[in-house]
Design a protein around this ligand. Structure first.
Ligand code: SF4
Length: 236
């Protein structure tokens, strides 16, 4: 088995009835994001992990109320902006996060210049696979409006490639919903958010965008790449 092949898993499928999971997901469609997190927290307890990108802290804030103490994972690719690392520290302090930082098994290199898919596989997908070992479910900040590849994502479903449940509490949220939540809850802003970076990933693959442009158009803007591999192959 290749350590870096995210599509290979030898774990048994999580023990959950798929019809029941689909019904729960449909029910959660019309409920607040906190309901999805509360359901997942009660159903899976310590066997769940929340993967946070730290481009904002909306999901972390919702989780701090609905699933206090949930393990939060940050994938430190070694190519994050200094502002993102600063932000992770501030959010960790503010919420007293149960934070686990995952690093790649390889040192910094130039692969992002020649093979970004493989770079993401080594710096994001493989570290996440390690973080999910022994877990039954994971929570993501994925939203349907972010990309056509995400448009049909359910609130909760079986992540087929990983054999565990994937929960997307913010799936139905628009960009305006995110802005409203940040304002209403006085959330800490990522320092780059006000500098033209509505979507923030690694510095080599993130550019500022013009006002009004597609928020994700600054990601991998010089290639046709749209996904880092964390989500692309796991939709139902
Ligand atoms: S976003 Fe860019 S730098 Fe970051 S892991 Fe992917 S290819 Fe590498």
């Amino acid at each position: 088995m290749s350590l870096l092949d995210p599509t290979v898993t030898d774990r048994p499928l999580v023990d959950i009835d798929l019809a029941e999971l689909a019904a729960i997901s449909r029910e959660l469609e019309t409920k607040p994001a906190s309901a999805a997190l509360r359901w997942a927290w009660e159903r899976f307890g310590d066997d769940i992990v929340l993967a946070a990108s730290f481009q904002d802290c909306v999901l972390v804030d919702v989780a701090s109320r609905a699933a206090p103490g949930i393990e939060v994972v940050f994938l430190d690719t070694q190519y994050h902006f200094a502002e993102t690392l600063w932000y992770v520290d501030r959010v960790r302090e503010r919420y007293d996060l149960n934070l686990r930082i995952m690093e790649p098994l390889v040192p910094p290199d130039d692969l992002w210049q020649t093979d970004p898919d493989e770079c993401c596989a080594m710096r994001k997908v493989e570290p996440l696979a390690r973080a999910l070992q022994g877990k039954q479910a994971w929570v993501t900040g994925l939203r349907r409006v972010e990309a056509p590849t995400r448009a049909s994502s359910p609130i909760a479903h079986l992540d087929v490639g990983r054999g565990i449940v994937k929960v997307n509490p913010l799936a139905t949220w628009t960009d305006q919903d995110i802005a409203d939540y940040k304002r209403d809850h006085d959330l800490l802003e990522h320092p780059l958010a006000s500098q033209g970076y509505p979507s923030i990933g690694c510095w080599p693959c993130t550019r500022p965008v013009e006002p009004g442009a597609d928020p994700r158009s600054g990601r991998w803007s010089e290639s046709g790449k749209m996904e880092c591999g964390l989500h692309g192959w796991s939709n139902p």
